[in-house]
Write a protein that binds this ligand. Structure first.
Ligand code: 6PG
Length: 251
């Protein structure tokens, strides 16, 4: 384990151990919240194993589903049901079986004009503000209990791509991203860095040798969205051995 400000790198053996460690952190954050809990999920392939684990009896029976609300940090601007749709993946893996429908807060893409992802972004921003009960984020009262994140090959996180103006957004909670920097090349909608930061814990999941290069750059402090993403509370990078940069081996 190593530390850098409020960021900790936690090494685990492999993707199976990664999913278990992440599931246990979910449970701990939910248990620590006295009333309703808010979890912001992520897309990509990395979280799928975790999502499937949450639907197993062992985890399913330990989650108070009625008081947990599920959000998503970014979405691809395709209709729900499309294989590229992030919330559809999470629904299929666990939410549809376990969570009350009214506790699942998807980014609306059904009527979205692909040329105008800002429309979806504005709708989701309104939903987040309504859930939070205020129009400005208070550091003493985080929006989310936990925000799950991944890192892409170019150092993006959520749909905040390196060098894109959306990374610098300081006012809006959610933004449209008309053009993705990596596949799939569909318009995106993304929570901004200040919105993602408004959480008690930000949890990155990183696995596989193909992630080691970008993770090395992020942890070395390069100016990349994934490196700039941090919680106002605790930021944890859960990393498996294959992805772990040399400097962090042995921790
Ligand atoms: C998306 C994601 C994105 C993802 C990373 C890592 O919509 O694509 O939310 O930010 O987390 O690209 O993706 P993998 O887990 O597939 O490597």
């Amino acid at each position: 384990m190593a530390s850098n400000d409020n960021r900790r790198v936690v090494a685990v053996a492999d993707p199976a151990a990664l999913a278990i460690a992440a599931a246990e952190r979910f449970l701990a954050r939910i248990a620590a919240s006295s009333k309703r809990a808010a979890i912001c999920l992520t897309g990509g392939s990395s979280p799928k194993r975790l999502y499937q684990l949450l639907a197993t009896d062992f985890y399913r029976s330990r989650i108070p589903w009625d008081r947990v609300h599920w959000f998503i940090g970014d979405e691809r601007l395709v209709p729900a049901g499309d294989p590229l749709h992030n919330m559809t993946m999470a629904r299929a893996a666990f939410l549809d079986q376990c969570a009350p429908a009214s506790n699942v807060h998807a980014i609306p893409t059904a009527t979205a004009d692909p040329a105008d992802p800002d429309r979806s972004a504005a709708l989701y921003e309104a939903e987040l503000k309504s859930f939070y009960g205020a129009d400005t984020l208070d550091r003493g009262r985080p929006l989310f209990d936990l925000v799950l994140m991944g890192v892409g090959p170019d150092g993006h996180t959520a749909s905040l791509f390196p060098g894109y103006p959306e990374v610098e957004e300081a006012y809006r909670w959610v933004v449209g991203v008309p053009r993705a920097n990596v596949e799939p090349f569909v318009p995106r909608v993304s929570l901004t860095l200040p919105t993602l930061a408004s959480c008690r814990e930000m949890l990155f999941e990183v696995a596989g040798a193909d992630k080691r290069g970008i993770l090395t750059r992020v942890l070395a402090g390069e100016n990349l969205p994934a490196g700039r993403a941090a919680s106002i509370g605790e930021t944890v990078w859960l990393v498996d051995q294959a992805a772990l940069p040399g400097d962090f081996r042995g921790h």
